[in-house]
Design a protein around this ligand. Structure first.
Ligand code: GLP
Length: 249
């Protein structure tokens, strides 16, 4: 596990973009795992800029998103389908058939999960981008999750619903369930890039780095992956014992 610390959100987002751009230049047909939430937004803006400047193209790139809420329509501005379209896809040259986001048909969630697992089979992600919840969730793998899970339907933690209610009109409007890649799917990607910004993430980053590895902090499992890079700002790194701007385990 390698941890890089940057002054603030702007600087860490530039570094994250440079990381992704390097991978895209090395392998133009990159299979890329994507995350939602506030944290990757500036990274996506930097990638759009790099595309506009002809530094990268998404023509051959395939994407797989981590998760989606259950029961809200893809056209709903709160859905992750809408988020991705708005913050990335509609600004770049990705082919629609190369975009994969878990389907959230409330009538047949088991089938949606199974189909998503099937789609990922044979499409091992070269790079998975992750954010992190305050409680250490990755994707929507909440504390207590089964570490061997593949894509599944999850009941969201109250803390997660409260955190995410800022995107909705009220807490009542936040869905109670989501469909998410499981820890096993996440661990199956060749490289992982986790981003965290702000004091509210410091505890989760501390536990991710120093463990113990357990289901109470789902992100701690990343200690067992062979190729994880964590990019944080000073606030998110504030509980780490860092002399300089780099830590390696
Ligand atoms: C949601 C997403 C996660 C994301 C987390 C943190 O719960 N399912 O994938 O990492 O939010 O979001 P933010 O970056 O807004 O703090």
């Amino acid at each position: 596990m390698q941890i890089f610390k940057y002054k603030d959100y702007e600087e860490m987002s530039k570094a994250a973009a440079a990381f992704v751009i390097r991978e895209m230049i090395k392998k133009p047909d990159l299979i890329l795992g994507l995350a939602t939430g506030d944290t990757p937004i500036r990274l996506y803006q930097n990638l759009i800029k790099a595309y506009q400047d002809y530094i990268i193209s998404f023509k051959e790139v395939k994407t797989f998103n981590l998760d989606e809420y259950v029961g809200i329509d893809a056209n709903n501005p709160q859905s992750y389908h809408y988020f991705m379209d708005n913050h990335l896809f509609k600004h770049i040259d990705i082919l629609p058939e190369n975009i994969n986001i878990p389907a959230n048909d409330p009538d047949d969630m088991e089938k949606s999960a199974e189909e998503y697992n099937k789609k990922m089979f044979g499409n091992q992600r070269d790079l998975q981008i992750l954010g992190i919840g305050k409680n250490g969730h990755i994707g929507f793998n909440e504390p207590g999750t089964q570490l061997g899970n593949m894509t599944f339907i999850v009941k969201l933690d109250e803390e997660t619903r409260i955190d995410n209610s800022r995107f909705f009109g009220s807490l009542e409007e936040v869905p109670t369930h989501a469909i998410t890649m499981g820890i096993k799917n996440i661990m199956y990607s060749k490289k992982i890039l986790l981003l965290a910004s702000g004091k509210s993430k410091a505890k989760a980053i501390y536990k991710t780095a120093y463990g113990p590895v357990n289901d109470i902090t789902p992100s701690s499992i990343l200690q067992l992956h062979p190729d994880v890079t964590i990019i944080v700002d000073e606030d998110a790194a504030s509980l780490l014992n860092m002399e300089g701007n780099f830590l390696e385990f």
